[in-house]
Design a protein around this ligand. Structure first.
Ligand code: ADP
Ligand code: MG
Length: 623
């Protein structure tokens, strides 16, 4: 054996790169394990390729990547049976790393240390974030190459000597430094492996399997493999059953309900991307969580923060995206302007829309059945993504108070004849609460109008969006005006009241309204026919929406701060109203009663006012 020792300088132009590595990468130093294990996997995959083309002719044997820690010696070892390295390869790939551009990249990426990893082939050197010394013991698959040992203690000097190694492959031995002792703990290592290496394509072994014996967990002789090397997204859709997709979903999110639908992504041109996206079942807004999609690069976990890569509304989906074409180590702002990322985002949006369209067309009953859960995603997409709107407007559903579902086109045809007003505007009526607005809904039904239910969290925005796109159309909540005014079929009869008389009547009715906190009432008069309600309380559509949106955005805003304003409309045709107007002095009780009934219909009569109303009503019955 040649015992001559080679020493040299790692090809760094900056005086000492290691303190920089430690300092800049400090926050994220756990990724060293990801980098080293994925190098081991790469080396193994290379050997498999060589075997498949017939260049490597010996036994492949066990190809597992093994991780082991020695708490006494304070070492962590990652070993593989991959291609290994010759002295020449160490020289080329380890010693002459792309540090020639070190000055450049430090200038450029000072703010974003993560960008140095991978991007500049710093993967292996991330070992120095946690180690005071790193050894490589490696033997190439090439028969005649001697095994080599490389050692470096975190200064730019390394040593390289020939050594003995029986087996082909590489061992990386990290001498963990004192600040990073946690990386020697079994639990810590295991959790990192589960996070980053869970779906690597080569078995990753850490420790032994355990079993319960006599009430405690004991190690068996069997290796514990921490990964699933053939996850569902890497397989062909044709090979997978619904059960497989659901099983994989449960693997990712153990405590979740079954997903509603899934989409298997698979492209290789003009970029490479695979993955499975799931529509989770949501019972309420509370369940909604962003950042459940996991991003992988060749089965190596990278992040679960996919903002900027998938369109905003799809961050609500679950699942996995795997692409070697997403620049993983650049800043978020760089990501967003990256051409590939833009294409990927567009592609995913299109795929999701196509898939939904397909389910809608092939199995509408199923689509309708799942609509309540699906609605939030589709509406979110429609609100935030114009391209998605274009596609989704064909399958987005609206539901009316009878629980019937319609597409936008179907619904338009349904109401077109009956709900167009005298100026040619199509009026969509909706309710946000079937019970609270019951009286108003039945007024609308009496006119054979249809009423939509818009009680979802995003419906205010959804309605806004539809109005922007629809021509000559308006959405109004059933209680935003008296029904004859909501859909004006003809010019209403003009109200003729002398100024003095009007003033007196406004006073009369206003004084009958019990105080409601932070609420104003505006009294007005209409001719609504003998059969119309004597007094109706409504809330202007525009003002209400502004207030609702202000509240949704939170914080103090102009509209949020304003008192709620209601209109109190008195029907001058109603016989009892005529009577009280004729005898103002003796009508206080009757007016109070009519006003209270209107407030009650609107859910505004509460507390003391409600109690007074009940008392007065009882007295009237006894009288
Ligand atoms: P990258 O993986 O992006 O090429 P790294 O810094 O992680 O950059 O690794 C540099 C090179 O060192 C690899 O490309 C490979 O040639 C070699 N290398 C690292 N680890 C191993 C290993 N376990 N077996 C064989 N070669 C390795
Ligand atoms: Mg690497």
């Amino acid at each position: 054996m040649n015992t001559q020792k080679q020493t040299g300088h790692i090809g760094v132009t900056t005086e000492n790169i290691f303190p920089i590595i430690k300092k800049f990468l400090y926050s994220d130093h756990e990724i060293f394990l990801r980098e080293l294990v994925s190098n081991a996997v790469d080396a193994t995959q290379k050997l498999k390729t060589l075997a498949s083309v017939g260049e490597f002719k010996s036994e492949l044997g066990d190809l597992a990547v093994r991780i082991s820690a020695d708490e006494q010696k304070k070492t962590l070892k990652i070993s593989d049976r991959g291609v290994g390295m010759t002295a020449g390869e160490i020289e080329k790939y380890i010693n002459q790393i792309a540090f020639s551009s070190a000055n450049d990249f430090l200038d450029k990426y000072k703010k974003d240390a993560n960008s140095m990893i991978g991007h500049f082939g710093l993967g292996f050197y991330s070992a120095f974030m946690v180690s005071k010394k790193v050894e490589i013991i490696t033997k190439s698959w090439k028969d005649d190459a001697p095994a080599m040992k490389w050692e470096c203690d975190g200064s730019p000097e390394y040593t390289m000597t020939e050594t003995e190694k029986d087996d082909r492959g590489t061992e990386i031995i990290l001498h963990i430094d004192d600040e990073n002792k946690e990386f020697l703990e079994k639990f810590k290592i295991e959790s990192l492996l589960k996070k980053y290496c869970r779906f690597l394509p080569v078995p990753v072994v850490f420790g032994k399997k355990t079993e319960w014996k006599d009430g405690k967990s004991v190690e068996t002789g069997e290796d514990s493999i921490i990964n699933d090397s053939n996850p569902a997204w890497t397989r062909k859709p044709a090979e997978l059953t619904d059960e497989d997709y659901i099983k994989f979903y449960k693997e990712l999110y153990p405590f979740s309900d079954d997903p509603l639908f899934w989409i298997h992504l698979n492209v290789d041109y003009p970029f490479n991307l695979t993955g499975i996206l799931y529509f989770p079942k949501v019972k309420s807004g509370i369940d909604l969580q962003k950042n459940k999609i996991q991003l992988y690069c060749n089965q190596v976990y990278v992040t679960d923060s996919v903002e900027g890569i998938v369109p905003e509304f799809l961050t609500l989906l679950h699942g996995v995206i795997d692409s070697p074409d997403i620049p993983l180590n650049v800043s978020r702002s760089c990501l967003q302007s990256d051409g590939n990322v833009k294409k990927i985002s567009t592609y995913i949006t299109k795929k999701v829309a196509d898939r939904l369209d397909e389910i809608f067309k092939n199995n509408r009953p199923q689509f309708e059945e799942k609509w309540d859960s699906l609605k939030i995603f589709i509406e979110y997409g429609i609100i935030t993504d114009e391209k998605f709107y274009e596609k989704a407007s064909k399958f987005v559903l609206v539901k009316d108070v009878e629980n019937k579902c319609y597409t936008l086109d179907e619904y338009k045809s349904l109401i077109e004849t009956n709900q167009t007003d005298k100026d040619g505007n199509l009026i969509y009526l909706y309710t946000t609460g079937k019970d609270e607005q019951y009286a108003y809904i039945s007024e609308a039904k009496d006119k054979a109008y249809d009423v939509l239910v818009m009680d979802g969290q995003l419906d205010v925005h959804f309605v806004n969006k539809l109005e922007q796109h629809f021509e000559k159309s308006r959405f109004v909540r059933v209680d935003s005006d008296v029904i004859d005014n909501l859909i004006k079929k003809s010019d209403s009869q003009e109200v003729k009241l002398a100024d003095e008389e009007r003033k007196a009547l406004v006073e009369l009715f206003k004084s009958a309204i019990p105080p409601v906190e932070k609420t104003d009432f505006i009294v007005g008069f209409e001719h609504l026919g003998e059969k119309g309600n004597p007094v109706t309380i409504t809330q202007n559509e525009f003002m209400r929406r502004m207030k609702e949106m202000a509240e949704m955005q939170g914080g103090m805003s102009f509209y949020g701060e304003m008192p709620t304003s209601y209109s109190l409309t008195v029907n001058l045709d109603y016989p009892l109203v005529k009577q009280v107007i004729g005898d103002k002095e003796n009508s206080k009780e009757l007016i109070g009663q009519m006003v209270d009934l209107a407030l009650l219909t609107n859910g505004l009569l509460k507390g003391e006012a409600l109690s007074k109303f009940v008392k007065r009503s009882l007295e009237m019955i006894h009288a």
